[in-house]
Write a protein that binds this ligand. Structure first.
Ligand SMILES: NC(=O)C1=CN([C@@H]2O[C@H](COP(=O)(O)OP(=O)(O)OC[C@H]3O[C@@H](n4cnc5c(N)ncnc54)[C@H](OP(=O)(O)O)[C@@H]3O)[C@@H](O)[C@H]2O)C=CC1
Ligand SMILES: CC(=O)C(=O)O
Ligand SMILES: [Mg+2]
Length: 617
């Protein structure tokens, strides 16, 4: 149980369930109004028996499908509303598998899962968490990109909050309409840079919904503690503005002072509604805003930018793991980034930190990193203004070059990292040059979705005599070269943000230092087994990502207490166990009231009276 004052909530009446706030005290708690307990069908402690009849089945948080026992069906007044058969959650999971596999189109699988989420929350999350290799590509990249592009067509029910520019001055009031009182983690986007697909405006909502589904599925953070938000300030995507199916504000993006004031108000409203330590994950904002907001809010709010910091962490983990194959240390690497935006700069900055930690002097670390943006190599001779922000650190005193193939031939990088959203720019020629210059070239094609990757896994292996150490942002199928099959790993921030999120919200961390992302990178790299490397992957299999998330959360928790950033006290001794005790229960719980029952229909046999019913678990 997280250390927050309102642990249970039934609509509008003071709680008489006897539940008390946890004995753990937190600084955050002091900022929240005095603990008042309400019973609601929301949050952590629900009193399921208070929602009876068909409403019980219609509530996805209470619904268990055919797993309601005879006693529960009697007690809840739902007897007869379902067929006679009883099914365990395990049987239901088997059915889900059959059902989702009936669809061949990924978008139809996405819709099936979305319906399941609306119907039966625990079944959805258990299904997702136990089948992550098959289902992550559906709820996340690449299919979530398609779902965003078709958002106006497929939108059905609210999975998050839309706050539009018309709500300025009233954002707190809009936030009050979200029914959950105990949100701990928000993922927010303004839809300006959705994956590598550009400005999708309000259709970008699919991204925070998908990210937060992974918070639960991969790190066990309770779903009611997660809130996806789309701040709708318009879109500059002309196709969307002209599309009759577009569901967002039909106007150009609000910019400048008005936009900044709006985001300021949003941040303040989050704190007012949910407390100072509410985690706010910025996702898929445009480049020019992403860095500004990170700099502006990182020391005053509990916030991080996933595209900058989460991506940095997963990529640096891959670099750590690559050293085990190349046998080199960071000081022997030369890095070339195709892209100099959120992801690339984030990775470069954290790589510098990792190199410095490995004993490389900071100037030497910067010297080892070359970057290319849309205008070519970052050089000192560039016009003033074209080296804005963080780019300046990586500009080199060499002749300008614009052709990536020429740059690769000249710089001779040992590591080539793509985060450009420019599909196919790692041409066969470039990959062959990487192989000519390195015994084991390292190539990351991190852009999402699959259609935006700098190269395919197949191209990477086939143009390097299969010597490449490869990873990609979106999943690629295994590649067969000769008699060997390679299983490329997925260099995606999904390995990082759920574990960081768990550690941060459990500890009530005030703000999140970069150090936590370096710790996360090291935890992830430590989890990589020789067998993963052997099969061609720099990352552990997705099926073990829940264990990875827990290790990351433990590392983040230690850091939060060591650095005095935690506000949940007392400090737990056994941090892993303490974290585990706060996780979501993916299994159905009893729907029977603890102390009293409605009279059962007298002609129905009880478990004891009927051997048939007694056999049902
Ligand atoms: N795998 C993962 O976990 C993640 C992957 N990504 C992916 O990375 C990609 C980029 O995202 P992000 O960094 O946020 O976007 P940004 O818009 O911040 O950065 C894109 C960068 O690519 C540069 N660029 C564009 N076209 C080319 C080109 N043809 N050659 C060289 N450079 C080019 C841009 O140049 P300029 O600066 O001049 O505009 C810019 O520096 C997206 O596809 C995104 O999905 C992002 C986050 C996480
Ligand atoms: C993975 C991710 O965050 C992105 O592509 O934007
Ligand atoms: Mg992103």
């Amino acid at each position: 149980m997280f250390s927050r004052p309102s642990l249970c909530g039934t609509v509008g009446k003071l709680c008489r369930c006897g539940t008390s706030a946890t004995g753990i005290t937190t600084v955050a708690a002091a900022t929240v109004p005095a603990a008042r307990h309400y019973h609601e069908v929301v949050g952590d402690i629900v009193c399921p028996s208070q929602v009876r009849g068909i409403d019980h089945i219609r509530d996805p948080r209470l619904n268990k499908g055919l797993a309601f026992t005879l006693e529960e069906r009697q007690t809840l007044g739902i007897h007869g509303l379902q067929p006679a058969r009883f099914k365990t959650q395990e049987e239901q999971l088997q059915l889900c598998k059959i059902a989702v596999n009936r669809y061949t189109e990924p978008l139809n699988k996405y819709l099936y899962l979305s319906d399941l989420y609306d119907r039966n929350e625990r079944l959805f999350f258990r299904f997702l968490s136990e089948n992550i290799e098959d289902l992550m590509p559906i709820v996340y990249t690449p299919t979530v990109g398609l779902a965003c592009q078709r958002f106006g067509l497929i939108y059905r029910r609210p999975h998050g909050l839309f706050i539009t520019y018309n709500d300025r001055g009233h954002i707190f009031d809009v936030m009050k309409n979200w029914p959950e009182p105990n949100v701990r983690a928000i993922c927010v986007t303004d839809g300006e840079r959705i994956l590598g697909l550009g400005d999708l405006g309000a259709c970008g909502m699919g991204i925070p919904v998908g990210k937060l589904a992974l918070y639960t599925a991969l790190a066990g953070i309770k779903p009611h503690q997660c809130l996806p938000i789309l701040v709708d300030v318009g879109t500059n995507n002309i196709d969307l503005l002209e599309d009759p199916l577009y569901v967002g504000l039909r106007q150009k993006r609000v910019v400048g002072r008005e936009y900044d004031d709006f985001i300021d108000e949003f941040m303040e409203a989050v704190v007012q509604r949910y407390g100072q330590n509410t985690l706010i994950q910025f996702e898929d904002f445009g480049n020019h805003n992403a860095f500004r907001f990170l700099d502006k809010y990182r020391n005053t709010y509990c916030t991080f930018n996933d595209d900058i910091q989460g991506t940095a962490s997963v990529a640096v983990a891959g670099l750590y793991a690559s050293k085990r194959i190349t046998g080199k240390s960071f000081k022997d690497y030369t890095f070339l980034f195709a892209g100099a935006g959120e992801a690339a700069i984030g990775i470069a900055d954290l790589t510098v930190k990792a190199m410095v930690q490995d004993g490389v002097p900071i100037e030497e670390a910067y010297n080892r990193i070359y970057m290319v943006d849309i205008d070519g190599l970052l050089t000192k001779s560039r016009k003033v203004g074209s080296l804005d922000g963080h780019k300046i650190h990586y500009a080199k005193d060499i002749n300008p070059m614009t052709d990536l193939a020429e740059i690769v031939s000249t710089i001779k990088p040992s590591v080539l990292i793509g985060a450009s959203a420019a599909a196919g720019i790692f041409t066969p020629e470039i990959l062959r040059t990487m192989a000519d210059n390195n015994e084991r070239p390292v190539v990351f094609a991190l852009s999402n979705p699959t259609s935006k990757a700098e190269c395919t896994a197949e191209d990477a292996y086939k143009n390097t005599d299969a010597r490449v150490i490869f990873s990609s942002g979106s999943p690629f199928p295994p590649v067969q070269v000769g008699d060997k099959t390679f299983y490329p790993g997925q260099g995606n921030n999904a390995y990082i943000f759920p574990g960081v999120g768990l550690g941060v919200i459990c500890t009530g961390t005030h703000h999140i230092p970069d150090e936590m992302f370096l710790i996360a990178a090291q935890e992830l790299a430590n989890f990589v087994e020789p067998s993963d490397i052997e099969r061609g992957s720099l990352y552990p299999p997705l099926s073990s990502i829940r264990e990875v998330s827990m290790n990351i959360a433990v590392g983040v928790t230690k850091c939060a207490y060591d650095r005095g950033l935690a506000s949940t006290y007392p400090e737990p001794q056994d941090k892993r166990k303490w974290l585990e005790n706060q996780l979501y229960n993916f299994n159905y719980e009893s729907s029977m009231p603890a102390t009293w029952v409605w009279p059962r229909m007298p002609y129905i046999k009880t478990r004891e009276e009927s051997p048939l019913i007694a056999a049902i678990k």
